[in-house]
Write a protein that binds this ligand. Structure first.
Ligand code: HEM
Length: 457
């Protein structure tokens, strides 16, 4: 199904005066945005926050216009990017010449060939990290889902980022510090127009997390600055680029990119994998089909990258997971020059919000959008779908550089866990909902028990 995006010149965007429903918005901002997304149903909407009035763009045609066709005109700048720019500096998360330079250095690390070699390293780290769940599983002790997914993801991402160059003590320091940054940035993210001089909740925790990150990352840069050696990892690529004569790159640039890559790769993957278990809990038929595919292909072996080719249903489950929970759920752009979106005039300097979360839930684009149904991604049903009906990784020049790493990592983790265990989620008192922040975390801790899979050998 698709919606008609035919445009009428210079129509006014439907206005949603959020400042009037501020208590509802503060209580549950995501539900309020969902309500607006559904009411606008693909038309350009205007969120009136009082101090700022961004446009909300959800129709696949309009998303394509902003992210791809007019990507030169819609840049990552303005108040919404300020908290992130303060964190990531002039890295791949910036815009213009700084972004281009970092992208040129990092792109080769994400080539198909390097990812193949990365996947083998990731698979080893994943099998080892998942094996640590044997102990609580045998003891019949439940695990808390998000910290455990976080542990497995961090052990894996450490390999992608640093290869063998990081010490265990350093990794152990970085992990909780990143966690603090990810959770404490929420208010700055929601209220980007509030100046730094006005303190917001989370500011102090954010500052503390950042200090630990900085100390650890600069220590690493210090150790390898002049002799990065060989390696397939991101850190080696950054250090080598820094050493190139005349590159003009410095320690800050290496740190900014390390932090950017660390932040974009760990929090997103951990949160996405945490949502998997409540989804499977709701659909035992999907869980059973998934387990059967993994049993047939992986059986009692350690999971390896070669298995992934033979696990199409695992891939579909991960795709559907990112449809309902695209953890990079909203991102803004600023118009450099005036333009029209869906007949609505957008002036230079105005902000446009893009939200895969809302587009992925449009009833005019997706049948039964709130239902978890991996069959949507079967080759047959995906055929002919608008390229921007589904864009968990964004699109155009800023499309997520780590999407293939994520896919391989998530599929390997899923296959590794389900080849060993049958997880059962513990019931929660209230339904699990997403909580707004830099990503979309569940609003309460989730626990599950793991029953070891018994096989006769
Ligand atoms: C669930 C997993 C992930 C999701 C949903 C996700 C989502 C996104 C989205 C939506 C963007 C586009 C932002 C924009 O257009 O402004 C993006 C960019 C980016 N992502 Fe991811 N990402 C994920 C995992 C990863 C991983 C694993 C890595 C690294 C290994 C990574 C690294 C990056 C980087 C560096 C960018 C900036 C690219 C650029 O501007 O050129 N991401 N991601």
């Amino acid at each position: 199904m698709s919606v008609d995006a035919s445009t009428v010149p210079s129509r006014r965007a439907r206005n949603f005066p959020l400042y009037r429903t501020v208590s509802r918005f503060v209580r549950d901002p995501l539900r309020e945005l969902e309500r607006i997304g559904a009411a606008a149903d693909g038309e350009v909407a205007r969120l009136d926050l009082g101090a700022s009035r961004p446009y909300l763009v959800t129709h696949p045609d309009h998303v394509q216009q902003v992210l791809r066709r007019e990507s030169q005109n819609f840049v990552r700048d303005g108040t919404f990017w300020r908290p992130l720019h303060g964190l990531f500096g002039d890295s791949i998360m910036s815009e213009g010449a700084e972004w281009e330079l970092s992208k040129r250095v990092l792109q080769p690390v994400f080539s198909t060939r390097t990812i193949r070699s990365l996947s083998a390293h990731m698979a080893r780290a994943i099998n080892e990290a998942v094996a640590a769940l044997d102990e609580p599983a045998r003891a019949g002790r439940s695990i808390e889902v998000m910290p455990e997914m976080g542990r497995i993801v961090h052990d894996t991402v450490i390999k992608v980022l640093f290869g063998d160059k990081i010490r265990k003590a350093e990794a152990d320091r970085l992990i909780p510090a990143m966690e603090r940054l990810a959770t404490s940035i929420a208010f700055r993210f929601l209220l980007p127009f509030v100046p730094r001089s006005i303190p917001l909740p989370g500011d102090r925790a954010f500052g503390e997390g950042l200090t630990v990150m900085d100390e650890t990352l600069y220590e690493l840069v210090d150790r390898f600055r002049y002799d990065p050696g060989e390696g397939y990892d991101i850190f080696t690529a950054l250090c080598k680029a820094r050493m190139t004569e005349g590159s003009g790159l410095d320690d800050h640039w290496v740190r900014d990119n390390l932090l950017a890559m660390w932040a974009t790769s760990t929090e997103t993957t951990t949160v996405a994998l945490t949502w998997l278990w409540p989804m499977l809990d709701r659909r035992p038929d999907v869980a059973a089909r998934l387990a059967a595919e993994i049993e047939r292909v992986v059986g009692g072996d350690e999971v390896r990258p070669e298995h992934l080719r033979e696990l199409p249903y695992v891939r579909q489950v991960v795709q559907e997971l990112l449809r309902l929970y695209p953890v990079g759920w909203i991102f803004p752009r600023i118009a450099l020059n005036p333009t029209d979106i869906g007949g609505v005039r957008v002036k230079a300097g105005q902000t446009v919000l893009i939200s895969p979360f809302l587009t992925h839930r449009l009833a005019s684009v997706w049948e039964r959008p709130l239902e978890f149904d991996p069959e949507r991604f079967s080759a047959e049903r995906a055929r002919g779908r608008h390229r921007y009906a589904y864009f968990p990784f964004g699109g155009g020049p800023h499309q997520c550089i780590g999407r293939h790493v994520f896919n391989a990592e998530a599929e390997l983790i899923l296959a590794s866990i389900l080849s060993r265990f049958r997880p059962v989620l513990e019931p929660t008192d209230v339904p699990v909902r997403a909580r707004i922040g830099a990503t979309l975390r569940p609003n309460q801790p989730l626990h599950m028990t793991l029953t070891p899979v018994l096989r006769s050998r």
